[in-house]
Design a protein around this ligand. Structure first.
Ligand code: HEM
Length: 491
């Protein structure tokens, strides 16, 4: 049957290298979206011998990655990252097997829907600290976001509080993130021709040796730091504390289990921290261009929370516009524009096309979240689109459910982001608290006119705004006292 079915359409291929030269390193999602207009929502490419299937629509992604998740949830074997750099225990590299299922269970236990409530006091405390940093260093807001995201993840994972972005453990995690991204996506020839790894002296061996030499610093040291932390509630409640400590606060589990938890812990930093920093940066960029959105959000915050306290999680159900804003930032900004590769484990057929076993399937979330059938005028930033959906008559619930960016922005099927609920909580709290305390606006030029930051994005795995400046100013006198008061009463 499969011999009769043809491959999906796609751009013409060159001999041997296939489409290797057709994909740009920057803004790849745009190119794939453009091809979609020509070839449809399921596109076939080939790089050397590897078939690639790009999916540009919600329908195709749900049909394949979600409904047929049992065969679309594997990751490719990266010779460079796994064999040479010895990073095979990082979660995003885990194959779809029993190890994966075990890791998921542990991550769901710590970060899943039923667990996130326990993190609320910690998320609130870290958010208040972010407010204080924004107040004291408003010009370096991205650094403030970075410290906040790093500290939030470290407190959650180890019960360890981070003071600044020069914290040695944050630095180590940032290094691991950078090196592992390179190892996974550096376009290494050895990934296509694994036999190259046996030839000494080739350039990639140097990179791999550097990576292996860093593992002690990046993986072992944070784990020992955790074990050496004094016994505390924060340590016991943390992800590692929950999974590793016995009643006496000691690690007495099997070494193999301890090894797994150690790698799970370092795996979460990269995907969890960058996405948070980017999402908050997108919020600031969008608000510079849309003062009316800021005013509307602040009006609702003033009505529900008032000027004398900071927002809490209990306020959420009465702050629907903050939720609409969060959805629109995730949609319009699309912090992760393409999923990592989902490897097809056996030959499949879809809409009469043959999808070869071993295909690297990648969903284009940017294309889906900018599909004008679901999101009219997709390039416009408008949280109101989600308000309108809530208010539409007839099948409003169904429409709102289908268009919810949470269905798409966090990936698909069994590989869907395990940090989704955690991210949702922390971003809600950060959005509501920042807007309750600060005005975000463009800088002003010498002529008194606003200097609007360009709406420009860049990136490979992540889609982040290009560096920009804006004004972050307290909304009213007494904001500092309010924040300090909230911090003091939490202690
Ligand atoms: C705005 C915030 C976030 C976005 C948009 C996001 C998005 C994603 C996406 C698209 C994937 C790939 C899913 C797929 O392959 O289909 C992913 C994977 C992952 N995310 Fe997130 N994420 C966010 C926050 C977080 C947070 C806060 C954590 C941890 C606390 C986290 C941990 C992970 C991990 C460990 C993976 C790898 C899963 C695997 O390979 O099985 N993410 N995320």
């Amino acid at each position: 049957r499969s011999r009769r079915a043809s491959l999906p359409p796609g751009p013409p291929q060159r001999p041997i290298i296939g489409n290797l030269l057709d994909l740009p390193a920057e803004e790849m999602w745009r190119k794939i979206w453009e091809w979609g207009k020509q070839y449809g929502d399921v596109i076939y490419l080939r790089m050397f011998g590897t078939p690639f299937i790009f999916l540009n629509s919600a329908e195709a992604v749900m049909d394949l990655l979600h409904k047929r998740g049992a065969i679309y949830s594997d990751r490719p074997h990266h010779t460079m990252a796994c064999d040479l750099c010895e990073l095979h225990d990082l979660v995003p590299l885990t194959k779809y097997n029993e190890k994966f299922k075990f890791e998921r269970r542990l991550m769901n236990q710590a970060l899943g829907f039923s667990a996130v409530e326990k993190w609320q006091p910690l998320v609130t405390a870290e958010t208040h600290l972010l407010l204080l940093h924004l107040l004291r260093s408003p010009d370096t807001f991205v650094q403030d976001f970075r410290r906040y995201a790093g500290s939030l993840i470290f407190s959650t994972i180890y019960g360890y509080h981070v003071e600044g972005i020069d914290d040695p453990y944050v630095k180590a995690s940032e290094e691991l993130m950078e090196v592992s991204s390179w190892a996974m996506m550096g376009g290494w020839a050895v990934d296509s021709m694994p036999w190259l790894k046996y030839i000494p002296g080739l350039g990639f061996h140097k990179f791999a040796a550097k990576c292996r030499a860093g593992l002690n610093e990046w993986v072992e040291k944070p784990h020992h730091m955790f074990k050496d932390l004094p016994d505390s509630m924060a340590k016991r409640l943390s992800f590692c504390g929950n999974l590793l400590l016995n009643d006496d606060g000691k690690v007495t589990c099997e070494p193999e289990y301890e090894h797994k938890v150690k790698w799970l812990a370092v795996s979460v930093y990269g995907p969890g921290s960058d996405t948070t920093v980017i999402t908050l940066s997108i919020l600031f960029l969008a608000l510079c261009h849309h003062p009316e959105v800021l005013q509307k959000a602040q009006k609702q915050l003033d009505e529900v929370v008032g000027p004398d306290r900071l927002p809490t999680f209990q306020d959420r159900s009465r702050l629907p516009y903050i939720d609409c804003l969060l959805k629109e930032v995730l949609r319009w900004g699309t912090p992760v524009p393409l999923t990592p590769v989902h490897r097809l484990m056996q030959e499949d057929q879809y809409r009469g096309y043959a999808l070869p076993e071993g295909s690297y399937c990648i969903a284009n979330m940017w294309a889906i979240l900018h599909d004008e059938k679901m999101y009219p005028d997709p390039l416009a930033f408008s949280p109101e689109r989600f308000e309108r959906l809530q208010q539409d008559s007839m099948d409003a619930d169904e429409k709102a459910r289908l268009a919810d960016p949470y269905n798409y922005a966090f990936g698909f099927g069994r590989r869907r982001c395990p940090g989704l609920h955690f991210a949702d909580q922390s971003l809600f709290m950060a959005f509501a608290s920042i807007l309750a305390c600060f005005d975000i606006s463009p800088l002003t030029g010498a002529d008194g006119k606003p200097l609007l930051p360009p709406l420009e994005f860049a990136g490979g795995a992540f889609r982040h705004p290009k560096p920009f400046k804006c004004r972050v100013s307290p909304r009213r006198p007494g904001v500092e006292g309010l924040i300090e008061g909230a911090m003091a009463s939490a202690q």
